[in-house]
Design a protein around this ligand. Structure first.
Ligand code: HEM
Length: 129
């Protein structure tokens, strides 16, 4: 179960980034919906993954020590998901603006993409098989 979720979560990342990039070029509602909705799927996968992940659950069980030690466990338990949620809010705000035909949509999509790029664990496999 955990391996399947990790596989899906790793691959859906590329669809999110692709649609995020496309919304920058053309910040219109259809592409914006693809971006916001693949990102929503990614966040749902991430939350389920967190429940099945030995790394995440192990870190939760040992939180004070993990927070003090830093490293990969702290990154996943305290940082990674925060960026994911902020990006989700920005992408949906961008979609709402795009649906109203507002030029601010591009800025919001761009900020969502930037936060995503900063929140992705690039030290993990790029293409998990
Ligand atoms: C609330 C939001 C999210 C949660 C709770 C979450 C949770 C997690 C967890 C727990 C892991 C590590 C699991 C493990 O190694 O056992 C992980 C890895 C990862 N996450 Fe997320 N995530 C979230 C959002 C995102 C988003 C928005 C992206 C990118 C668009 C993303 C991309 C990744 C990638 C690329 C990995 C590494 C996968 C691998 O090792 O193959 N995550 N996430």
């Amino acid at each position: 179960m955990h391996e399947v979720l990790l596989f899906l979560h790793g691959w859906v990342r590329w669809f999110v980034l692709l649609f995020g990039l496309l919304t920058l070029l053309r910040p219109e509602p259809r592409l914006g919906a693809f971006f916001a909705h693949t990102l929503t799927l990614q966040v749902v996968l991430g939350v389920v993954l967190a429940f099945t992940s030995p790394l995440f659950q192990g870190a939760l069980a040992n939180l004070p020590a993990v927070m003090a030690a830093g490293g990969e466990a702290r990154y996943f338990v305290a940082e990674h998901w925060v960026g994911g949620l902020v990006a989700l809010g920005l992408a949906h705000a961008g979609l709402a603006q795009a649906r109203k035909g507002k030029p601010r949509a591009r800025l919001l999509f761009g900020l969502a993409l930037l936060v995503l790029l900063l929140s992705i664990p690039w030290f993990r496999p790029l293409f998990r098989l």
